[in-house]
Design a protein around this ligand. Structure first.
Ligand code: C5P
Length: 313
């Protein structure tokens, strides 16, 4: 086997309800995750030790530029590198692989790009090294690597509880059309959760509960109902750290978005369009309004990490 490639989607959160801070530093969540057609491509080929290179991260898709590109670590902090080491240890094989990640998911954008890369690395290395780990074992490893990693393996639409990593697939009908406003720079997830705690002060967080209206809109493929039911408890924190996002959300609403919210910990904003045509209009309007770095269109739900090529030597 000379090279294995995996394609993995990013996600938006349809509901992110944040409970109290737990002793382990995480928060109890009810998290409805929805995989959308914005992808990272990861390739794995034989190497010595684990190395990683990254492309497509700069403001214009350039490498090594200032801003978001700088925030993808190329060392042991890279989640894909950590995934490769974790898999090698569990499978009892040498950790030898050269990884390359081509980013299509905004870096530190609240769309779980790092988690997506970890999931892709697990799948690619499992194939390259011939480990043959089953789905249960891969899911267990994924959960060790981060709260959003198991979802990047499964994709679709799912409800996550606990840290957000205990997943149940959600029944969803049809295809939803999204417009994503990608901001300049990223927001570190731990900082956004910390700001959420700070804003709450001494107020006790209630027990997070799954929205029945959201589940019903998903079951019936009702875009209007879905737009009304979207919610994100991290949004006030993201807006506090990045006040300019208010303008981004306002511009999307003004142009008829059925729903507008910060995706996860932000700063990417997600807008639900009525249909494909409306998503084109909305994307054009948001580009013209100058309220974000770049605009992308995507549909969801889409499947999780998938092998795209496995070339024999
Ligand atoms: O699991 P992951 O590494 O993606 O989480 C990143 C950070 O987000 C955690 O270190 C924590 O600060 C915050 N987090 C949280 N509660 C969760 C998930 C993430 O506080 N359920």
């Amino acid at each position: 086997m000379s090279s294995v490639s995996v394609r993995v989607p990013g996600k938006v959160n349809l509901q992110l309800s944040v409970g109290g801070l737990r002793p382990d530093g995480y928060h109890d969540l009810v998290n409805v995750l929805h995989a959308v057609s914005l992808y990272d491509e990861l390739s794995a080929r034989p190497g010595f030790g684990v190395s990683v290179t990254v492309s497509g991260t700069g403001p214009e898709g350039s490498e090594g530029s200032e801003g978001p590109a700088g925030s993808v670590p190329l060392d042991g902090d890279n989640l894909a590198v950590r995934a490769a080491y974790a898999l090698a240890e569990v499978a009892g094989v040498p950790a030898d692989v050269a990884l390359h990640i081509s980013k299509g998911i905004p870096v530190a954008g609240g769309m779980a790009g790092g988690s997506a890369d970890a999931a892709a690395a697990l799948l690619a290395c499992d194939q390259l090294w011939g480990c043959g780990l089953g789905r249960v074992e891969l899911d267990r490893l994924a959960a060790r690597l981060g709260a959003d990693v198991p979802f990047a393996l499964s994709g679709g639409t799912a409800v996550g509880v606990g840290r957000g990593d205990r997943l149940t697939p959600a029944l969803a009908r049809g295809r939803f059309h999204w417009v994503l406003a990608v901001a300049d720079g990223g927001l570190p997830t731990p900082a956004v959760y910390a700001e959420c705690d700070r804003l709450r002060g001494s107020r006790r967080a209630g027990e997070p509960e799954l929205s029945a209206a959201l589940m019903s809109a998903l079951r019936t493929g009702d875009a209007v109902g879905l737009g009304q039911a979207l919610s994100n408890d991290l949004q006030p924190a993201a807006l506090s750290l990045r006040p300019a996002l208010r303008m981004t959300l306002g511009a999307g609403r003004e142009h008829g978005a059925l729903g507008a919210l910060v995706s996860g910990s932000g700063p990417t904003c997600a807008f639900l369009a009525r249909d494909e045509e409306h998503s084109i209009d909305l994307a054009v309007a948001l580009s013209g309004a100058g309220v974000c770095r770049t605009v992308r269109r995507a549909t969801g739900p889409v499947p999780g990490a998938r092998l795209t090529t496995a070339k024999a030597a």
